[in-house]
Design a binder for this molecule. Structure first.
Ligand SMILES: N[C@@H](CCC(=O)N[C@@H](CS)C(=O)NCC(=O)O)C(=O)O
Length: 200
Protein backbone atom coordinates (compact mmCIF):
# COMPACT_ATOMS: atom_id res chain seq x y z
CA UNK A 1 0.00 0.00 0.00
CA UNK A 2 1.30 3.45 -0.92
CA UNK A 3 0.73 6.31 1.52
CA UNK A 4 -0.24 9.79 0.39
CA UNK A 5 0.45 12.56 2.88
CA UNK A 6 -1.89 15.41 2.15
CA UNK A 7 -4.66 17.54 3.58
CA UNK A 8 -8.23 18.22 2.42
CA UNK A 9 -7.69 21.94 1.52
CA UNK A 10 -4.45 21.32 -0.45
CA UNK A 11 -4.98 22.02 -4.17
CA UNK A 12 -1.89 20.01 -5.11
CA UNK A 13 -3.14 17.16 -2.93
CA UNK A 14 -6.52 17.38 -4.65
CA UNK A 15 -4.81 17.10 -8.04
CA UNK A 16 -3.03 13.92 -6.92
CA UNK A 17 -6.22 12.43 -5.42
CA UNK A 18 -8.13 13.08 -8.64
CA UNK A 19 -5.31 11.59 -10.70
CA UNK A 20 -5.30 8.46 -8.50
CA UNK A 21 -9.07 8.08 -8.89
CA UNK A 22 -9.01 8.66 -12.65
CA UNK A 23 -6.11 6.18 -13.02
CA UNK A 24 -8.15 3.64 -11.03
CA UNK A 25 -5.50 3.20 -8.32
CA UNK A 26 -7.23 4.95 -5.43
CA UNK A 27 -7.59 1.72 -3.47
CA UNK A 28 -3.80 1.19 -3.57
CA UNK A 29 -3.26 4.41 -1.63
CA UNK A 30 -3.82 5.15 2.02
CA UNK A 31 -4.35 8.86 2.73
CA UNK A 32 -2.60 10.32 5.76
CA UNK A 33 -3.92 13.71 6.74
CA UNK A 34 -1.30 16.31 7.63
CA UNK A 35 -2.06 19.62 9.27
CA UNK A 36 0.90 21.84 8.38
CA UNK A 37 -0.03 24.28 11.13
CA UNK A 38 0.19 21.64 13.85
CA UNK A 39 3.86 20.78 14.57
CA UNK A 40 2.92 17.30 15.91
CA UNK A 41 1.06 16.44 12.72
CA UNK A 42 3.78 17.98 10.51
CA UNK A 43 6.34 15.68 12.19
CA UNK A 44 4.66 12.73 10.45
CA UNK A 45 5.35 14.25 7.04
CA UNK A 46 8.24 12.40 5.35
CA UNK A 47 8.85 15.30 2.94
CA UNK A 48 12.26 16.88 3.59
CA UNK A 49 10.65 20.18 2.58
CA UNK A 50 7.75 19.65 4.96
CA UNK A 51 5.35 20.19 2.09
CA UNK A 52 2.39 18.21 0.92
CA UNK A 53 1.53 16.21 -1.04
CA UNK A 54 4.19 13.52 -0.81
CA UNK A 55 3.79 9.86 -1.67
CA UNK A 56 5.60 7.12 0.30
CA UNK A 57 6.10 3.82 -1.50
CA UNK A 58 6.06 0.43 0.21
CA UNK A 59 9.86 0.24 0.10
CA UNK A 60 10.07 3.53 2.01
CA UNK A 61 11.06 5.70 -0.99
CA UNK A 62 9.26 8.99 -1.24
CA UNK A 63 7.97 10.71 -4.37
CA UNK A 64 7.62 14.49 -4.54
CA UNK A 65 6.28 16.81 -5.70
CA UNK A 66 2.68 16.59 -6.96
CA UNK A 67 3.76 16.67 -10.62
CA UNK A 68 6.09 13.72 -10.16
CA UNK A 69 3.50 11.83 -8.08
CA UNK A 70 0.91 12.24 -10.86
CA UNK A 71 3.37 11.04 -13.51
CA UNK A 72 4.23 8.08 -11.28
CA UNK A 73 0.56 7.13 -10.83
CA UNK A 74 -0.01 7.34 -14.58
CA UNK A 75 3.01 5.07 -15.24
CA UNK A 76 2.04 2.71 -12.40
CA UNK A 77 -1.53 2.34 -13.67
CA UNK A 78 -0.57 2.10 -17.34
CA UNK A 79 -3.23 4.74 -18.13
CA UNK A 80 -0.99 6.50 -20.62
CA UNK A 81 -3.90 8.33 -22.28
CA UNK A 82 -3.95 10.63 -19.24
CA UNK A 83 -0.59 12.04 -20.37
CA UNK A 84 -0.46 11.30 -24.11
CA UNK A 85 2.97 10.68 -25.63
CA UNK A 86 1.95 12.78 -28.65
CA UNK A 87 2.40 16.43 -27.72
CA UNK A 88 3.47 15.44 -24.21
CA UNK A 89 5.35 18.71 -23.74
CA UNK A 90 2.24 20.74 -24.59
CA UNK A 91 0.24 18.79 -21.98
CA UNK A 92 2.98 19.30 -19.40
CA UNK A 93 3.19 23.01 -20.23
CA UNK A 94 -0.54 23.52 -19.74
CA UNK A 95 -0.24 21.60 -16.46
CA UNK A 96 2.74 23.75 -15.39
CA UNK A 97 0.86 26.98 -16.14
CA UNK A 98 -2.18 25.75 -14.17
CA UNK A 99 0.14 24.78 -11.29
CA UNK A 100 1.67 28.27 -11.55
CA UNK A 101 -1.78 29.79 -11.05
CA UNK A 102 -2.24 27.64 -7.93
CA UNK A 103 1.23 28.56 -6.64
CA UNK A 104 0.58 32.29 -7.05
CA UNK A 105 -2.84 31.99 -5.37
CA UNK A 106 -1.26 29.99 -2.53
CA UNK A 107 1.39 32.69 -2.03
CA UNK A 108 -1.40 35.25 -1.70
CA UNK A 109 -3.10 33.10 0.92
CA UNK A 110 0.21 32.65 2.78
CA UNK A 111 0.98 36.38 2.64
CA UNK A 112 -2.20 37.03 4.55
CA UNK A 113 -1.87 33.99 6.81
CA UNK A 114 1.76 34.16 7.90
CA UNK A 115 2.44 37.91 8.02
CA UNK A 116 1.01 40.34 10.49
CA UNK A 117 -1.38 42.94 9.05
CA UNK A 118 1.22 45.72 8.93
CA UNK A 119 3.71 43.43 7.15
CA UNK A 120 1.37 42.47 4.30
CA UNK A 121 2.84 43.76 1.06
CA UNK A 122 0.18 44.98 -1.36
CA UNK A 123 2.63 45.09 -4.28
CA UNK A 124 3.57 41.45 -3.66
CA UNK A 125 -0.10 40.49 -3.60
CA UNK A 126 -0.65 42.36 -6.88
CA UNK A 127 2.35 40.69 -8.43
CA UNK A 128 0.92 37.24 -7.60
CA UNK A 129 -2.57 38.27 -8.66
CA UNK A 130 -1.22 39.30 -12.09
CA UNK A 131 0.22 35.78 -12.43
CA UNK A 132 -3.17 34.28 -11.58
CA UNK A 133 -4.92 36.49 -14.15
CA UNK A 134 -2.22 36.03 -16.82
CA UNK A 135 -2.26 32.28 -16.30
CA UNK A 136 -6.05 32.09 -16.53
CA UNK A 137 -6.03 34.24 -19.69
CA UNK A 138 -3.55 31.88 -21.32
CA UNK A 139 -5.32 28.73 -20.09
CA UNK A 140 -8.64 30.05 -21.32
CA UNK A 141 -7.13 30.30 -24.80
CA UNK A 142 -5.43 26.90 -24.57
CA UNK A 143 -7.78 24.63 -22.63
CA UNK A 144 -9.29 21.67 -24.44
CA UNK A 145 -12.77 20.17 -24.21
CA UNK A 146 -12.88 17.11 -21.95
CA UNK A 147 -13.02 13.79 -23.74
CA UNK A 148 -14.09 10.60 -21.94
CA UNK A 149 -11.04 10.69 -19.66
CA UNK A 150 -9.57 13.98 -18.43
CA UNK A 151 -5.88 14.48 -19.14
CA UNK A 152 -3.27 15.62 -16.61
CA UNK A 153 -3.36 19.25 -17.75
CA UNK A 154 -7.14 19.28 -17.30
CA UNK A 155 -6.94 17.67 -13.86
CA UNK A 156 -4.37 20.33 -12.91
CA UNK A 157 -6.54 23.15 -14.26
CA UNK A 158 -9.57 21.88 -12.32
CA UNK A 159 -7.47 21.79 -9.12
CA UNK A 160 -6.35 25.40 -9.75
CA UNK A 161 -9.87 26.70 -10.43
CA UNK A 162 -11.25 24.73 -7.49
CA UNK A 163 -8.66 26.40 -5.26
CA UNK A 164 -9.67 29.86 -6.51
CA UNK A 165 -13.29 28.98 -5.76
CA UNK A 166 -12.34 27.78 -2.29
CA UNK A 167 -10.05 30.64 -1.20
CA UNK A 168 -11.18 33.58 -3.36
CA UNK A 169 -14.95 33.04 -3.49
CA UNK A 170 -14.92 32.29 -7.22
CA UNK A 171 -14.11 35.92 -8.19
CA UNK A 172 -12.42 34.63 -11.38
CA UNK A 173 -15.75 33.40 -12.75
CA UNK A 174 -17.05 36.79 -13.92
CA UNK A 175 -13.94 37.49 -16.01
CA UNK A 176 -13.30 33.95 -17.30
CA UNK A 177 -16.72 32.71 -18.36
CA UNK A 178 -15.40 30.06 -20.75
CA UNK A 179 -13.25 28.54 -18.02
CA UNK A 180 -16.28 28.57 -15.70
CA UNK A 181 -18.27 26.63 -18.30
CA UNK A 182 -15.35 24.29 -18.77
CA UNK A 183 -15.21 23.64 -14.99
CA UNK A 184 -18.95 22.89 -14.90
CA UNK A 185 -18.41 20.24 -17.57
CA UNK A 186 -15.41 18.85 -15.67
CA UNK A 187 -17.38 18.77 -12.42
CA UNK A 188 -20.21 16.84 -14.07
CA UNK A 189 -17.86 14.32 -15.65
CA UNK A 190 -15.37 13.73 -12.83
CA UNK A 191 -16.78 12.28 -9.59
CA UNK A 192 -13.41 12.63 -7.81
CA UNK A 193 -13.58 16.42 -8.27
CA UNK A 194 -16.84 16.48 -6.35
CA UNK A 195 -15.55 13.98 -3.78
CA UNK A 196 -12.47 16.14 -3.02
CA UNK A 197 -14.29 19.49 -2.75
CA UNK A 198 -12.67 21.13 0.32
CA UNK A 199 -15.74 23.26 1.02
CA UNK A 200 -18.18 20.32 0.96
N1 LIG B 1 5.32 22.28 -6.06
C1 LIG B 1 4.70 21.59 -4.96
C2 LIG B 1 3.94 22.58 -4.12
C3 LIG B 1 3.36 21.95 -2.86
C4 LIG B 1 2.88 22.99 -1.87
O1 LIG B 1 3.24 24.18 -1.94
N2 LIG B 1 2.08 22.51 -0.92
C5 LIG B 1 1.59 23.38 0.13
C6 LIG B 1 0.18 22.98 0.55
S1 LIG B 1 -0.94 23.06 -0.81
C7 LIG B 1 2.49 23.20 1.34
O2 LIG B 1 2.91 22.11 1.67
N3 LIG B 1 2.77 24.30 2.03
C8 LIG B 1 3.49 24.28 3.26
C9 LIG B 1 4.73 25.13 3.19
O3 LIG B 1 5.03 25.67 2.10
O4 LIG B 1 5.40 25.20 4.21
C10 LIG B 1 3.79 20.48 -5.48
O5 LIG B 1 3.38 20.55 -6.65
O6 LIG B 1 3.52 19.50 -4.75
Amino acid sequence: MMRLYSSPPSPFGRKVKMTAAICGVKSDIEIISIDGNDPKSAELNPSPLNKIPVLALENGDIIADSRVICEHLIDYSGRTEILPADNRVAYLTRAAVADGVTEAALLMVYERRFRSKDQINAEWLNRQNRKVLGGLEWLSAHCQPIDTTPTLDQITLAAALGYLDFRFAGEWRTRFKELALWLTQYQQMVPSFRATDPSA
